[in-house]
Design a protein around this ligand. Structure first.
Ligand code: OFO
Length: 171
């Protein structure tokens, strides 16, 4: 049985995962409208991944006798200056999500809830991958700068890039 404190922390995390999914969806839509089809593919897929992260939390809460809440989400930004800006935002966002996940892990330890602590380790590993992937693309875009040929190749690379976490964790 989940303590109220843990249930609340997990429901807060649901809000964040849902927010992430929405952010990526808005970015995907922007990229698609800009003709950045590879980036759009990548971001649509990432949005789906984040929704899976949200639902995974919901099912865990309900399974353990708590009550998962489907959150109302704010409308995300829909205009971006460039793909470089999009990936800067993603990187910062994922750093923030990591720190929120670490807080949930701290609460698990203080509540001596080792089952939820164990469950949260999946998210800890996930964040490590997401942060490093985002950083990798931020660095690449910085190198590309305003080079159109480089941007074309980058967009093409994204169209084949899979969100590694989905594959590695067997979702
Ligand atoms: Fe759910 O991993 Fe990003 O936010």
């Amino acid at each position: 049985m989940l303590s109220k404190k843990i249930e609340k922390a997990l429901n807060n995390q649901i809000v964040l995962e849902g927010t992430s999914s929405n952010y990526y969806l808005a970015m995907a839509s922007w990229a698609e409208s800009e003709g950045l089809n590879g980036a759009a593919e990548f971001l649509y897929a990432h949005s789906d991944e984040e929704r899976i992260h949200m639902v995974k939390l919901m099912r865990f809460i309900n399974d353990r006798g708590g009550k998962a809440i489907v959150p109302a989400l704010k409308e995300p930004a829909s205009k971006f200056k460039s793909l470089a800006e999009v990936f800067d935002i993603i990187h910062e966002h994922e750093i923030m999500v990591t720190s929120e996940i670490n807080k949930v892990v701290d609460i698990c330890l203080s509540e001596k809830d080792y089952t939820t602590h164990n469950f949260m380790q999946w998210y800890v590993a996930e964040q490590l991958e997401e942060e490093s992937l985002a950083k990798h693309y931020v660095d690449k875009l910085r190198l590309i700068g305003g080079d159109k040929g480089g941007m074309y190749l980058f967009d093409r690379e994204l169209s084949t890039a899979k969100m590694q976490q989905g594959n590695q964790h067997g979702k």
